[in-house]
Each structure stands twice: as structure tokens, then as C-alpha cells.
Design a protein around this ligand. Structure first.
Ligand code: GLN
Length: 550
């Protein structure tokens, strides 16, 4: 591995999925960073998919996008938000991507005729990637989250990578088990540690010994059970069991871990002398969020949360977090509701419920389901002066609505839904058409960070306070340049454009016409951080909190 004595913390889940490994890994990173360490974070996903771009958000949650265009797991978003750093392709891998590069190397004769084997070549490829990420960020500590749960067939090769590294550098590698502690009893407060004991033993059978256990439960774990877990699972001390009770605000987690002494334990085990610093700024941000009382009601009109049984907020996790960041900054307490756009399609009378909200967000999306409901939503917000913020598809929808109802282009549409429309106000750029025809879908997406110039004096220009920006994209279609002049003449301004002026990045109505009606072709939610809320989310929430209900 790299020359400097880099330290590695592997985070693995026990008992079941969904215990919050990503937030736990990000929180550990935050704490170490706050003690002056340079931290990077990696995620290994067990899927055969080469990246997360092909996964359905209703099943897998939001697809997060990095500056370099990598489509990855939403946990990468947590890392970026907690560490306040931009990560890159080297920080994300899947079973598919690892096999793909191994096979490519083999085809390129890089193995010089030797037999390539699952073990050790797959774990070694994993470690090679970890090494690259560390080098790129010059990190003192790498946090590596292994997807899945201990005991699964799928992540065994990743555990093997951790084992190999630990055998080679026992003092530099730490294994943290994030495990669910069951609760039983009438009050639901009796903690049961047995499943976690099994999880720790499962790690033993993979040749690994957990160094610390994060006890995920609805309540804090008591001393007696800490002792029991430490003893049965072979930890050095009961202080290696860290309490991780449920929280209302995920940004509270690093504060809780720090209060439970996690940093000192990690430093001791990895023999690191911390540089002095603290989490003052972070704690202040969390307090501000927790203490905000003035409510602001935001409706998010989408389609990826309705699983039929429950609301899956994970599909729009970055949108949700961005609202929280900006709200905290403005001392507002956000009340977010998920609204299914297809309801407005079937029953337009129900649109009037939108009046209850201080602001409406139409987030990103693909395909035709619910789109007419979203267009009606945009129309209703425009006419009733309800603050409207369109993210990607939400911007395209605002443009379609404007073309139809203000410019009178009745069949205006996006070519994504209606390839034969007379007025494709949203269309694929000519240079992309060939790729689409050849079903080379991956190549047709505009992915990752692109620059844009802002119009001075516009709402966006004032909100950002700069004249050029860089924002992340994930879409195939664009505002059709042939309609730009007509739309602007009609009153909807394109206040952000690509440097060559061909691509429309932001559409907005002037303040004189509407308190806030703005859409972005990019995804601002991918760059909002709790310590640096996104300027457009702040502007939207300011307008929302100023809304007077009649
Ligand atoms: N479906 C639209 C496009 O491909 C918008 C994508 C999105 O919202 N991410 O252009």
C-alpha cells in the first residue's frame, strides 16, 4: 500500500441491512477530520451492476452523481455531505466494476500468462483501488464501507480484502461492526445482543475480528450490555462498544459518537496522535437545525417514493438533505411531504391541496408516469404564486408548461415522452441523436459537473453571488435551442447557460411576476452540504417562508 503509514477503517454491517452503515462511516470520518486528520471515504457495493446508474431508485434509493460523472450509491452523498469534500470515481466500486477491470487487464495480457483467480485477485484489485483513492486524496485515514451484511455470500471477497490488509498491517487496520441490537418487551426497551454476537462470530469465521461495535438500536445501549458484547465478541474493552441510538437528525450522529468517546478509542488502537481541533462549527450547525421552530411546509411532487406500502424517502435523499441544510441555516423547521403526481393527473381537483404548502419542489425523474400531473403542478404553482423549484425534470416540466399555457403551443412536450410532437421544446441535442438510435444509452447522458454562466441581476445570479458556477448533471434531454428566444420573449428567462450559450441551465420568472419560480437543468441537491447549504435552496426556502396564506 502507499508509503506513508495510512490507516484504514473498514465498516461492515451486522444482523440486517439498513442499519445506517453509511451514516456511521461518514460520521467516523467527520470526527477524525475534526481532529485534524485528512480523511477519505470509499464504498464497496456488492452488486454486479458496474455502477448505480442502471438501478431503479424505488428499489435502491437515489442515484448519486459525482463531479466526474460517476453514478453511485447514495452513501457517497453522505460521505460528501459529512466530510464536505468532493469525491471521485476511485472512491466507489462494485463487484461488477472490479470484475470488469480485472477482465480488461486479463484481456490486455497484463497478467503475463498466469492464471487469474477469484482469490486473491479480486481482493487485491479492491486493495489496489483503495490505494489509488488514498493516493489521490493524500489521506491519513481511509474509511471503507463494505456493502451488505456480515454472513452474506456477496461481500465475502471484500471481507477477504480487509483480512489480507490487516494481516499485512495489523496496527493500521481497524474493523468496525455496525450492528442492529434488537429490542423486545412490552415497552420495546429490552435490548437483545444475541444476533450481534452471531454477526461478530460470522466475521471470525471469515478470519476477521471486530475491533469495535456500533450498537444501532432505538435507544442507547446500557453498560451491562456493552460489557456483555465486548466479552462475547472478543473486544478489548467495553469502551469499544459505542452507543448509536436512533436520531431525528443524522448530523447529530458524529456528535453522539464523539460524546461516547469513539475518537480516543480509534486513536489509541491505530496509534495515532491527533492534531488538536474540535467539532465546534459542526455542533453549532446541528444545534441550529435542532432548535429551529418556525415551520416551513414543503411538498415534493414526484413518483419514486410510492412503493404501494410505504413512502421511500431514499429516492430523493439529497433533495431532502438539501432542504434540511438550507432550512437549518435560515432557522426554519422543515415539514416535508411527499406528493404523488399521478393523483393530480387523475383528479385535477385535488391540485388545490398544493395551496397548503409554502413551497413545492418537482425533483428529477425519467419517463411518462405522472408527468401530466407534474405539468399541472407547475401550472398551479405559477398561477397561484406558490414558490416552485424544479430540479432537472422539474425544470423541463416548467418549460413545457410555459410553452403550452403561456405561448399557446398546445402540444408542446419533451421528446422523451412524445417523439412526434410538433413542438419538442425539450429535445435531445443533435449530437446525441446517433447514440440514442444505436441504443447506446450510457453515452447519451450528460453526467457530472459542467460550468454555466449566470445573468447578472437574475434571481440565480443574485443567489449565487458569482457569475459562473459548476453544477452536476444527470439527464439526456435539454431545452431545445430553437424555442429559447420565443420562450424568453414570452417571459420565462434563461438566467443560466452553458459557456457556449447553447444549453439552458436555469429558467426563472422575474420577481415582479412570481415570488419564486425557478428550475435548474442540473441537480443542485448533489452539491448542498450541511455546512454549506446550496444558494438556490436557501433562496427557495426564503421565498417559501415568506409566503402568506390566504
Ligand atoms: N428525464 C429527463 C432527461 O433525461 C430528466 C432527467 C432527470 O431529472 N434527472 O433529460
Amino acid at each position: 500500500m502507499s508509503k506513508k503509514a495510512t490507516k484504514y477503517i473498514f465498516v461492515v454491517g451486522g444482523v440486517m441491512s439498513g442499519v445506517g452503515k453509511g451514516v456511521a462511516a461518514a460520521s467516523i470520518g467527520k470526527i477524525l477530520q475534526s481532529r485534524g486528520m485528512k480523511v477519505t471515504a470509499l464504498k464497496i457495493d456488492p452488486y454486479v451492476n458496474v455502477d448505480a446508474g442502471t438501478m431503479n431508485p424505488t428499489e435502491h434509493g437515489e442515484v448519486f452523481v459525482l463531479d466526474d460523472g460517476t453514478e453511485c450509491d447514495q452513501d457517497m452523498g453522505n460521505y460528501e455531505r459529512f466530510l464536505d469534500r468532493d469525491l471521485s470515481r476511485t472512491n466507489y466500486m462494485t463487484t461488477g466494476s472490479i470484475y470488469l477491470s480485472l477482465i480488461q487487464k486479463e484481456r490486455n495480457l497484463e497478467f503475463k500468462g498466469r492464471c487469474v483467480e477469484v482469490v486473491p485477485d479480486v481482493p487485491l484489485e479492491v486493495l489496489h483501488r483503495v490505494d489509488k483513492a488514498v493516493e489521490k486524496s493524500n489521506a491519513d485515514i481511509a474509511i471503507i464501507e463494505i456493502g451488505g451484511t456480515a454472513g452474506e455470500y456477496q461481500n465475502i471477497l471484500f471481507l477477504e480484502a480487509a483480512r489480507i490488509l490487516k494481516v499485512k498491517n495489523p496496527k493500521d487496520v481497524l474493523l468496525v461492526l455496525v450492528s442492529h441490537i434488537l429490542t423486545l418487551g412490552a415497552g420495546g426497551n429490552e435490548l437483545k445482543t444475541k444476533p450481534t454476537q452471531y454477526a461478530a462470530h460470522t466475521l471470525n469465521s471469515a478470519g476477521l475480528q471486530a475491533d469495535m461495535i456500533l450498537s444501532r438500536a432505538s435507544v442507547p445501549i446500557d453498560e451491562k450490555r456493552k460489557e456483555k458484547l465486548a466479552f462475547v465478541c472478543g473486544l478489548a474493552s467495553k469502551e469499544d462498544v459505542i452507543s448509536a441510538p436512533n436520531v431525528k437528525n443524522i448530523y447529530q450522529v458524529p456528535v453522539n459518537f464523539e460524546n461516547d468517546g469513539i475518537a480516543d478509542r480509534i486513536f489509541k488502537k491505530l496509534e495515532i496522535t491527533p492534531r488538536k481541533r474540535d467539532m465546534k462549527e459542526w455542533r453549532a450547525m446541528v444545534n441550529k437545525m435542532n432548535n429551529a421552530v418556525k415551520p416551513v411546509r414543503i411538498g415534493v411532487v414526484g413518483k419514486y417514493f410510492n412503493t404501494g406500502e410505504f413512502v421511500l424517502e431514499d429516492s430523493y435523499i439529497s433533495v431532502l438533505e438539501s432542504i434540511k441544510h438550507a432550512a437549518g441555516y435560515l432557522n426554519l423547521s422543515p415539514k416535508i411531504e411527499w406528493l404523488d403526481s399521478s393523483v393530480y393527473e387523475k383528479n385535477p381537483a385535488s391540485l388545490k391541496e398544493l395551496k397548503k404548502y409554502d413551497g413545492i419542489i418537482v425533483p428529477g425523474g425519467f419517463g411518462s408516469r405522472g408527468i401530466e400531473g407534474k405539468i399541472k403542478t407547475a401550472e398551479y404553482c405559477r398561477k397561484n404564486k406558490i414558490p416552485y423549484f424544479g430540479l432537472c425534470y422539474g425544470m423541463q416540466i416548467a418549460v413545457i408548461e410555459y410553452a403550452r399555457n403561456v405561448l399557446g403551443l398546445k402540444d408542446a412536450h419533451t421528446a422523451e415522452i412524445d417523439g412526434k410532437t410538433k413542438h419538442p421544446v425539450i429535445d435531445i441535442m443533435p449530437e446525441q441523436k446517433k447514440n440514442l438510435k444505436e441504443k447506446n444509452y450510457g453515452a447519451t447522458m450528460r453526467l457530472g459537473a459542467y460550468p454555466a454562466n449566470l445573468k447578472a441581476g437574475s434571481i440565480a445570479g443574485k443567489a449565487y453571488g458569482v457569475s459562473s458556477i459548476s453544477e452536476r448533471h444527470r439527464h439526456r434531454y435539454e431545452v431545445n435551442p430553437e424555442y429559447v428566444e420565443r420562450i424568453e420573449k414570452g417571459g420565462l428567462n434563461f438566467s443560466g447557460r452553458s459557456p457556449n450559450g447553447r444549453l439552458m441551465e436555469i429558467a426563472e420568472l422575474p420577481k415582479s411576476a412570481h415570488p419564486f419560480y425557478l428550475g435548474t437543468q442540473f441537480h443542485p441537491e448533489l452539491k448542498s452540504r450541511p455546512l454549506h447549504p446550496h444558494p438556490l435552496f436557501k433562496e427557495f426556502l426564503k421565498a417559501a417562508s415568506a409566503r402568506k396564506h390566504k
